[in-house]
Design a protein around this ligand. Structure first.
Ligand code: ADP
Ligand code: ASP
Ligand code: MG
Length: 410
């Protein structure tokens, strides 16, 4: 007898029929002799609807009250899931994040899971229940309800799998697994059979929302192998584990597009030691995450500094940048929301050269201008104009022959 965590995303729970179908999956594993923990997201677009309700009343609702509200979405799902399992003739109990012992820090809206007290979970499992846990939520040391960031049911599932020493963690979603690119944009995208934690971590951080990046980080840290699979069919999904020991792997595994980017440029900043430190420590103090940074060659003691941030952080980052420009004696601040980040990733890049050249050639052939570039051991990212970004993704996907089976690529 093993212990299994199954997580169902919003689209997999969007209708009563889908809730019953997901319940059937849990029951099938229970019948096979496993202890089963089911983690549920809010149904369909309920999280967005709840946020919308708050914003109809107040443009900037209190983060604490917004968490109280957002947590409702998952609480609806777990009750419906337990009711569905009862309907199938089995015992099930739903638990909110706090009831399941999930403790977080106090950063409302982006809290981090600190500890999980598994006492109650174990008692219910040992008592023969299928245990349904609300994803995306926990409780801080003052008993305030917190949420852990968009897509947060994925990290809830992985953290529970780690805390309970689960044998498997299945992330059920609306695609057959991880593909070489978002299949909604690239019709020729290929399903990937196996993938390394680091590859999916990069892919998730670079805009592929198929799995939330913090969940992959946790899985890697606690060595939890997991599958991303469809809740609508029996396909095996993508197995994500540590592949670093494998002898052969492809250079580029997948491509991703992140449209949620904005670029800020501070023009004619005095070029002297300490300027970058001042700019980026002030930006960080405003809790804005900076992604790429480019500084031009200095001319007459002045330079331009450009960096990218998430669109949601743009107005906050801009007000800091404008204040800084005045203080540092820079000329002005410009911003551009019409940008996107296109990336290719693969652990094989560690040992293959020529990947960057191939990507740049593919973009050049489409007459797409590259505004910024950043690389790591296993990824190359380019900031380009948003207007041509989907066409650029298709071109790069083709250039690396990601539409072909791995064995047929040149
Ligand atoms: P869930 O509600 O189950 O959490 P999400 O909508 O968060 O589902 O994630 C699934 C979606 O991720 C898919 O419908 C797909 O459009 C998108 N996606 C983006 N990139 C990829 C990729 N490389 N492989 C598979 N799906 C991807
Ligand atoms: N319901 C939350 C969200 O929409 C968490 C999740 O779906 O994983 O972000
Ligand atoms: Mg998701």
């Amino acid at each position: 007898m093993g212990l299994l965590v199954q997580k169902f995303g919003g689209s997999s729970l969007a209708t009563p029929e889908r809730v019953l179908r997901a319940a059937g999956r849990a029951v099938a594993r229970f019948d096979a002799g496993d202890q089963v923990v089911v983690v549920c997201s809010a149904q369909g677009d309920w999280t967005d609807r709840l946020i919308g309700l708050a914003e109809e009343i107040h443009a900037q609702p209190s983060a604490r009250e917004l968490d109280m509200l957002k947590a409702v979405g998952e609480q609806m799902s777990i009750a419906l899931m337990a009711i569905a399992i009862h309907k199938l003739g089995y015992e099930a109990i739903s638990l909110t994040g706090p009831q399941a012992g999930i403790r977080t820090d106090s950063f409302h809206g982006k809290a981090k899971i600190r500890t999980i007290d598994t006492g109650r979970l174990r008692r219910e499992l040992d008592g023969g229940q299928i245990v349904i846990v609300a994803g995306f939520q926990g409780v801080d040391s003052e008993d305030n309800i917190t949420t852990i960031g968009r897509g947060g049911s994925d990290p809830t599932a992985v953290a529970l799998a780690a805390a309970l020493g689960a044998e498997r963690c299945d992330i059920f979603t609306d695609v057959d697994g991880v593909y070489t690119a978002d299949p909604r944009i690239v019709p020729d995208a290929r399903w990937i059979r196996r993938m390394d934690y680091d590859e999916l971590l990069e892919l998730a951080s670079l805009g592929a929302r198929v799995m939330q990046s913090r969940a992959v980080e946790l899985a890697k840290r606690f060595n939890v192998p997991f599958r991303v699979r469809s809740s609508f069919n029996e396909s095996e999904g993508t197995l994500v584990t540590d592949l670093a020991g494998e002898i052969e792997y492809v250079d580029v595994r997948a491509a991703a597009l992140d449209a949620d980017q904005a670029k800020i440029t501070i023009r004619h900043v005095p070029d002297r030691p300490g300027t970058a430190a001042t700019i980026f420590s002030e930006i960080a103090r405003a809790t804005v995450n900076v992604d790429m940074i480019v500084q031009n060659v200095s001319e007459q003691g002045r330079t331009d500094v450009s960096f990218t941030v998430g669109k949601a952080d743009l107005s906050r980052a801009l007000s800091v940048a404008e204040e800084l420009a005045g203080r540092l004696g820079a000329a002005n601040v410009e911003s551009d929301e019409n940008v996107a980040k296109l990336s290719v990733i693969g652990i094989g890049m560690r040992s293959h050269s020529g990947v960057a050249e191939r990507m740049f050639r593919a973009l050049a052939a489409e007459k797409i201008n590259i505004q910024m570039i950043s690389t790591s051991e296993i990824k190359i990212s380019c900031v380009i104009e948003a207007a041509g970004a989907e066409q650029a993704l298709l071109a790069v996907h083709r250039a690396f022959e990601l539409d072909k089976d791995e064995s047929e690529r040149s």
